[in-house]
Design a protein around this ligand. Structure first.
Ligand SMILES: *Cc1c(COP(=O)(O)O)cnc(C)c1O
Length: 231
């Protein structure tokens, strides 16, 4: 695992150099879904501190112990979230990257208020035909931002956007998806100066180099760190 991580960090560094970016501007997230606690701790011992899970139940089974024993670990939720599970994930994670509808924003606000915890959120955007998740249009994102602005005491901190590129070998299609996310960010940032949308969460094991060239600030990598998942 150590040499896999070193290779990834080298690739991130190369992609940054190629696009005139700073290595320190790109965070590496280890996507640990389907991998046991011991492998997560192995990644932690290799220096990784940021982890991503896509299911609430699995997060609740693995992370309370990890977070309690290692206060510098952070967990982000990156998978689609049902409203009735928000209360279970809110105490565990520092960011929900899969905000995809206003109803979810309302529930996160409600549950965070109960435990007095601020939550960073990323707007997940549908940028490719074959992906199912994410906001489908900019107006719905704006309506959700307007809702957050209308709150007297908001527990939601919108910090950026997230997307998944299409599952294809076609580099042009992949790049197009990342450019779409960046353009949406730029457009919304102009209209909502109350927020700082600094985070662009894009890039996975197959496409993180392209994502970094197009401005990614957070790459979500599972397979290239842990190996193939056994479903
Ligand atoms: C599983 C997953 C990843 C990681 O995928 P790999 O191809 O294993 O790197 C990244 N983002 C999301 C949203 C995922 O569900």
């Amino acid at each position: 695992m150590k040499s896999r991580i070193e290779t990834i960090l080298q690739n991130i560094n190369d992609a940054c150099s190629k696009s005139n970016r700073n290595f320190s501007d790109v965070k590496l997230m280890a996507v640990s879904k389907f991998h046991p606690v011991e492998e997560i701790l192995q990644a932690y011992n290799c220096g990784l501190k940021l982890f991503g899970e896509n299911r609430v139940q699995e997060s609740c089974a693995k992370f309370p112990e990890i977070l309690q024993n290692n206060t510098d670990v952070q967990l982000h939720l990156i998978g689609s979230l049902q409203r009735n599970k928000v209360k279970n994930i809110v105490p565990l994670c520092s960011c929900i990257q899969s905000l995809d509808r206003i109803e979810l924003a309302k529930e996160i606000q409600k549950q965070c208020e109960k435990i007095n915890k601020k939550m960073k959120v990323l707007f997940e955007v549908h940028t490719a035909e074959d992906s199912k998740s994410g906001f489908q249009n900019i107006d719905d994102i704006k309506t959700t931002l307007d809702y957050i602005l209308s709150l007297k005491n908001s527990f939601l901190e919108p910090v950026g956007f997230m997307t998944m590129a299409p599952f294809t070998e076609n580099e042009i299609e992949i790049r197009k998806s990342f450019i779409t996310l960046r353009d949406i960010r730029d457009k919304i940032q102009k209209e909502y100066s109350d927020f700082n949308f600094t985070e662009l969460s894009m890039g996975m094991s197959q496409d993180y180099k392209i994502a970094i060239e197009e401005g990614s600030t957070l790459v979500r990598i599972g397979t290239a760190i842990f190996g193939e998942r056994k479903y």
